[in-house]
Design a protein around this ligand. Sequence first.
Ligand code: 5GP
Length: 191
Amino acid sequence: METLKMKILAEGTVIGSEILKVDSFLNHQIDINLFNEIGQEFKERFVSNEITKILTVEASGIGIACIVAQYFGNIPVVFAKKHEATNLDSDTYEADVFSFTKNKTYKIRTSKKYINPEDKILIIDDFLANGNAVLGLVEIVEQARASVVGVGIVIEKAFQNGRSRIEATGVRVESLAIVKSIKDNTIVFKE
Ligand code: 5GP
C-alpha cells in the first residue's frame, strides 16, 4: 500500500535496529483518511471471505479495527484486554503473550460472551514482529472453537519471525507494508 509506505518514510522514526515509531499517524495521533484507506485495502484482500467479527488487542488495534469493520458491513469488533479489571466478566478466554518491546509476559483476555463457535474471525493488529500478540489472539479463537479467516497487519517487520510462526499454524497473513530492515536509521521495504 503505497500511501502507507510513503507515510512511514516521511514520518516514521527508528529506535535501535528493531523498533519503528509511527506515533504521528498510527500509535498516538490517528490519521483517519489513512485508516479509511487501510480499511478499504483489507476489504479488497479478504473480499471473497465470509467474516462475522474482527478481533484485536488493546490499545492500538482498536482504532484500526473499528474503521476496518465499517468496510465489512459494520461487523462487531472485539478487543482482548491486557489488564485484569473488576468490570471484566470472570468467564474469559485467556492467553499469555510475551512482549519484546516491553520485555515481559502479560495475559490477554476476552469475555466468553463475545466469541462463539460459529464466528469467522479476522484478526487485526498494528504491528507484526515475533507474532506473539497474534498467536495469543489465535489461541483465544481456538478456545472459543471459532475459526480464524486470516490476519490483517498494518506494518510487518519481515526481519522478525512473526509471519512464519503464524503461517505454520495454517493461518493466512496479509500485511499492508512489509519492512525488510531498519538498519542505520534507514527503512527499507520488501517490495
Ligand atoms: P509481536 O507480538 O508480533 O512480537 O509484536 C507485536 C506487538 O508489539 C504489536 O501489537 C505492537 O503493539 C508491538 N510492536 C512490535 N514491534 C513494534 C514496533 O516496531 N513499533 C511499534 N510501535 N510497536 C511494535
